[in-house]
Design a protein around this ligand. Structure first.
Ligand code: NDP
Length: 444
């Protein structure tokens, strides 16, 4: 059996009930086949892949907190410190009822390669909890965040592990967690990113992931002789990534006609109204069904349906495995030319394969949404230097990072004679740097 197949089989056997983690490992290792097979004996002797797929450390802990009625609840907290080969662990904290160890491991594993692709010195990690901030009062969210941080603070630090936001963890949650860390550790340091501007946050971090998706998408299209201006785009999600992807797409002259949340979706033939979206989701924390009150021409539908709308480009920005083979077939039949993943692994393995088989330009999340973590790394730089860059400075650096990232995945795909396969390109380009660092640092 080949080394790649052997390791995939072991991962599945040793990590039962973690289908998302299996999916992420399979996708990465399958694309690394040509690189591994060139040097199989050495990689096998060094147990390189076993070291890559086993987190350096995984922490699981109890998070007790009291609700507004005096009832005590217990959630589970996680932090998976996957790889510190190229820098301190870096990756977000997800707060969502679906969170379990397998989900955090899949996200942490992806993060290793994503962070490497940014060209910045950051390792891979991820964390979170099955706590659901939705419908909780500010005091309840604070109680949870403080309890969560009272344990997590033992394992993180500005030079060891720097968590950030993710689904369910926005500016409010980061603020509460930072306050608790500072109190317990007595340190005002850049231990979290996505902080508020008044206490060490970076300008443009809020916008970075969504803007970054559009910067890399624009570059890819440009290199294929396609202008993004005038294109019709379907987006899913209406959170941080979706909102700023829609904003930048609109600024670049495209028209985004859909967005969604976990209860339904919106079709706006005139283009999504970003200020209305921000008011509903960011300010009022309401459901998307409020949207037609702001835009009478728009329609709201319960359930799933974004991918049934005809578009030139699709940008899934909600959650993992939200775009299925059936959706992919519909998008292709409707003439989609490009897909850029704003979320992490939103496209199922079968749907990804279908896009690639049909020559759709497909940018995987680890490349397309890397602008968020790249700007988090820029926030870390500003924190350690105790300076603040302007919005334009950060945005310009972000744009350069995304353009360079596109060319590095494009070059890697071409080097292995798989032109326009950016899944392979991203995995190989991310892997090469990590492996080089692992090799140099010996068996640790
Ligand atoms: P938010 O919590 O801000 O938004 C998530 C959006 O997706 C919301 O609209 C939410 O709906 C919807 N959603 C979440 N879970 C589900 C589900 N199970 N089914 C349907 N819809 C769902 O998160 P972000 O925008 O920050 O993150 C979105 C994705 O992007 C995630 O995969 C995340 O890992 C990834 N990402 C985020 C980065 C960042 O900087 N924020 C960086 C890189 C990747 P509702 O409002 O109903 O909850």
């Amino acid at each position: 059996m080949s080394y790649v197949d052997e390791v995939i089989e072991t991962v599945v056997k040793e990590n039962p009930s973690e289908p998302e983690f299996h999916q992420a490992v399979k996708e990465v290792l399958e694309s690394l086949r040509p690189v591994i097979e060139k040097n199989e004996a050495k990689f096998r002797r060094d147990a390189l892949l076993e070291r890559l797929v086993n987190p350096e450390r995984q922490i699981k802990f109890r998070v007790p907190w009291i609700d507004d009625n005096g009832q005590v609840h217990v959630n589970t907290g996680y932090r998976v410190q996957f790889s510190s080969a190229i820098g301190p662990y870096k990756g977000g904290l997800r707060l969502h009822p679906s969170v379990n160890l397998g989900i955090i491991k899949f996200l942490g594993f992806e993060q290793i390669f994503k962070n490497s692709l940014t060209g910045l010195p950051i390792g891979g990690g991820k964390g979170g909890s099955d706590f659901d901030p939705k419908g909780k009062s500010d005091r309840e969210v604070m109680a949870f965040c403080q309890s969560f941080m009272s344990e997590l603070c033992k394992y993180i630090g500005a030079d060891t592990d720097v968590p950030a936001g993710d689904i369910g963890t926005g500016a409010r949650e980061i603020g509460y967690m930072f306050g608790e860390y500072k109190k317990l550790r007595g340190l005002f340091e850049g231990v979290l990113t996505g902080k508020g501007l008044s206490y060490g946050g970076s300008l443009a971090r809020t916008e970075a992931t969504g803007y970054g998706v559009l910067y890399i998408l624009e570059e890819m299209l440009k290199c294929h002789g396609i202008d993004i201006k005038g294109k019709i785009i379907t987006v899913s999600g209406s959170g941080n990534v979706a909102t700023y992807a829609i904003e930048k797409a609109t600024q670049l002259g495209a028209k985004v006609v859909t967005c969604s949340d976990s209860t339904g979706w919106v079709y706006d033939p005139d283009g999504i109204d970003v200020p209305a979206l921000k008011e509903i989701k960011e300010k009022n924390r309401q459901r998307l069904r409020e949207y037609p009150k702001y835009r009478p021409n728009a329609k709201y539908f319960d359930g799933k349906g974004v991918w049934t709308v005809k578009s030139d480009i699709a940008i899934p920005c909600a959650t993992q495995n939200e775009l299925t083979l059936e959706d992919a077939k519909m998008l292709v039949a409707n003439g989609v030319i490009a897909v850029a993943e704003g979320a992490n692994m939103p496209t199922t393995a079968e749907a990804t394969e279908y896009f690639l088989d049909n020559k759709i330009l497909f940018l995987p999340g680890k490349a397309a949404n890397a602008g968020g973590v790249a700007t988090s790394a820029l926030e870390m730089s500003q924190d350690s230097e105790r300076i603040k860059w302007s919005f334009e400075e950060v945005d310009t650096k972000l744009k350069h990072i995304m353009i360079n990232l596109y060319h590095s995945i494009d070059d890697a795909a071409k080097k292995y004679e798989m032109q326009d396969n950016f899944v392979v390109g991203a995995n190989i380009a991310g892997f090469e740097k990590v492996v080089d660092a692992m090799d140099a640092q010996g068996i640790v």
